[in-house]
Ligand binder design. Sequence first.
Ligand SMILES: Nc1ncnc2c1ncn2[C@@H]1O[C@H](COP(=O)(O)OP(=O)(O)OP(=O)(O)O)[C@@H](O)[C@H]1O
Length: 319
Amino acid sequence: MIEFREVTKQFAGGPPVLSGITLAVPEGELVVLIGPSGSGKSTLMRLVNRLIEPTSGSVWVDGRDVAEVDVVELRRNIGYVIQSVGLFPHLTVAQNVELVPSITGVPAAQRRRRAEELLALMGLEPAAYAERYPRQLSGGQQQRVGIARALAADPAYLLMDEPFSALDPITREGLQDQFIQLKRDLGQTILFVTHDVEEAVRLGDRICLLGDGVIQQFGPPDELLHRPANGFAASFLGDSRELLRLVLRTAADYMRPPDPAARGQVGLDWPADRALSALLGDGGAAMQVVAPSGEVVGSLRLSDFARSPAELQPAGPPA
Ligand SMILES: Nc1ncnc2c1ncn2[C@@H]1O[C@H](COP(=O)(O)OP(=O)(O)OP(=O)(O)O)[C@@H](O)[C@H]1O
């Protein structure tokens, strides 16, 4: 668990950036920090691995006040991924991923095996990529290597500061999907900064909205979308709320019985926003909804997405 207790941060000469922040990131969950530019998201994150120190209050990781923990030991246990991955250009992909384990004395064969596992997990076939240099990779591939590198030390905690924001929308969405899967498999406790509400809703078990130095709202994505706590939350999420609700639902939530006239197919378990985009791409005609077994189980038309959220069951909070 990562815990902020009454944390205040003021940089010399400036007004407080954060005022009395109390927040817990539960074990194994991904909490997203969102908020306007300058609201202190990165500042709050950097307090965890002591890139900066709080003016008052304390930060606790794994039941220990980080101020009492040796910085090197602390950072070994906390992976850190930032927007510009900062791979070492003169090291190969595998050497980049193995860097920390090689410093901490993990035997060569063992760390190579782990690096290859992680590259494969991130969708980079080791045989094709391990010996390449960063300049021989696309931006999205470099970002994957950056994530593999952060995971190579098997940290229990991950801090991710806008890790996907430099990528084009398609690469970003692919990486988000892969990351959701990875998170299920590895079970790290993750604090994630983004300025993109859609990304927050897609990835977050809970979302913490920062503004004016305080927490404006903290809760599961569905709660932020359905019940903004105040005017700040309502206006920050703005007009996109209706559309964002789709991200939390699947084609199954909107489908009607099978329609023999339907062309094209969408998956039963597709996020509803993706099903809608497939439908629009197909000219808006009715499409079949297909279960993983291949059986046609329903159909979808554009008008199905216009159903009021009140007619749908709210998506549940995280278990
Ligand atoms: N080292 C520093 N010295 C002085 N001021 C700082 C420092 N780091 C951050 N700030 C100020 O603190 C405020 C919050 O910055 P921070 O980077 O945490 O915001 P953010 O919410 O992550 O913003 P963005 O979405 O634009 O990245 C800003 O006004 C910034 O100028």
